[in-house]
Design a protein around this ligand. Structure first.
Ligand code: SF4
Ligand code: SF4
Length: 432
């Protein structure tokens, strides 16, 4: 996507009918320091109800640790962060059964015990991956209530749904169990978090009614991970969005030196993270943006960004578009997933392969970002099925040398697969 298209797409999305409303907000910039510590972060209204939620939520999966290699939470630092968050009006806490090896929910229960239950929102999740029988569902739910020291959960999610876990959750009737808990007053709002393609999301949205959904959304994934399509599906279905990975696991605070230079030049006082938060917060159907804050400095910087939250101006969108372009210059394929090249007469799924490859390039994680999915492709859809006919090249608006890129990607896949097999066999000499 060129810069003009990037801007156009972001503006078009801003025009989609929101199901959330900004409730409070004072002018601020990413670099301003709130002198008045009683200032509160901006809140958004849940649909047309009187319920308001802080635009910034506290993700409890990256809490400070006593030892970086272990799960134990540094509770004294984390408690101070929770207290400071509450003081700033950040009263949405998002945890999950497996976070910090199960210790996150226990900590959240302890940390919030001193506050009236009605003064904060608890969000937690049930991971179908951990369920074997229907009895496990109730066991896990009751365990969560005990750990969180509460008799109800405000926002309850089915965790990390994808094309494998959604059928499993349906077979185990997890949704039906959670609906019963909702009717019994143990759950206020029922949603899901999601990690897959928009087609799978559309199916989940079609098959059950949901109060909210949590998706991965940030300015790099907007096209790369097809977050734009996910956001559109949810907005059209009237489902408010909770954002996870607004910083792409912290990657958007480091990016590349060229990207950082672009941001600093545009606003020397704004933190790099504030650009990413303001990007997602400018989308009207975003209800809460989760930030997994590890250090008190992260929290303070975020409070500055979200106190009197300021949506991006057109000039600032342009700055982000420049940074995205610079980012794509660093090894990722410039594919924008427009699909103009499809169908390939040989059956190669071109945009999907480039999307996966780019996910690996931006995360640096070859196995999770690329191999995990690519290795399961039907051989006819793999890059190696390309017969170099050139039909796609003529149609690609980004002028990508598609057969060449496919060849490189598949060669890397084969080399890594060969090396891994060699290492597994315990050979002394394996390819570099
Ligand atoms: S060049 Fe390869 S990928 Fe492109 S259309 Fe032909 S066979 Fe498909
Ligand atoms: S490779 Fe295909 S999907 Fe990607 S930009 Fe080119 S035409 Fe669009």
């Amino acid at each position: 996507m060129n810069r003009r298209d990037f801007l156009k797409s972001a503006l078009a999305l801003a025009a989609l009918a929101p199901v959330t409303r900004i409730v409070a907000g004072e002018p601020s910039s990413g670099g301003k320091s709130p002198k008045d510590q009683t200032e509160k972060v901006t809140r958004r209204r849940y649909k047309n109800t009187s319920l308001t939620l802080p635009l910034l939520g506290f993700g409890m999966m990256r809490l400070p640790r006593l030892n970086p290699e272990k799960n134990e939470i540094d509770e004294s630092v984390a408690q101070k962060m929770v207290d400071r968050a509450m003081e700033a009006g950040i009263n949405y806490f998002d945890t999950a059964y497996p976070y910090h090896g199960g210790l996150s929910e226990t900590f959240v229960g302890k940390a919030l015990k001193k506050y009236p239950r009605s003064s904060y929102f608890l969000a937690t999740k049930m991971w179908p991956h951990l369920l074997k029988t229907e009895a496990d569902i109730d066991r896990m739910f009751q365990h969560q209530l005990r750990k969180l020291q509460t008799n109800y959960i405000d926002f309850y999610l089915l965790h990390a749904l994808d094309k494998r876990l959604w059928p499993k959750a349906k077979a185990l009737k997890v949704y039906e169990y959670l609906q019963k808990q909702k009717k019994a007053g143990k759950i206020r709002y029922l949603g899901f978090s999601f990690h897959d393609e928009p087609e799978v999301l559309a199916e989940i949205v079609r098959e059950r009614p949901w109060d909210f959904a949590q998706i991965q959304l940030n300015y790099v994934d907007w096209e790369l991970y097809r977050s734009r399509e996910q956001y559109e599906i949810l907005t059209k279905a009237g489902i408010p969005v909770v954002v996870m990975e607004p910083l792409r696991g912290g990657m958007l605070t480091t990016l590349t030196p060229r990207c950082l230079e672009i941001f600093k030049k545009a606003n020397p006082n704004a933190s790099v993270a504030s650009w990413a938060f303001r990007y997602v917060g400018s989308l009207p159907n975003v209800l809460v943006i989760l930030s997994g804050m590890t250090l008190p400095e992260h929290l303070e910087d975020n409070i500055k960004t979200f106190t009197g939250f300021q949506p991006l101006s057109n000039a600032e969108r342009e700055t982000i578009a420049q940074a995205v372009k610079a980012y794509h210059n660093t090894g990722a394929v410039a594919c924008t997933n427009c699909k103009y090249c499809m169908p390939c007469p040989a059956g190669v799924n071109i945009p999907r392969i480039f999307g996966l490859y780019n996910s690996y390039k931006s995360s640096g994680n070859y196995w999770r970002g690329f191999n995990r999915i690519y290795a399961e492709f039907d051989p006819d859809m793999m890059a190696s099925a390309c017969v170099n006919c050139g039909a796609c090249v003529k149609k690609c608006p980004q002028h990508i040398n598609i057969p060449e890129e496919l060849k490189k990607i598949h060669a890397e896949y084969e080399a890594r697969t060969k090396k891994t097999a060699c290492l597994r066999r315990g050979k002394a000499e394996c390819p570099a």
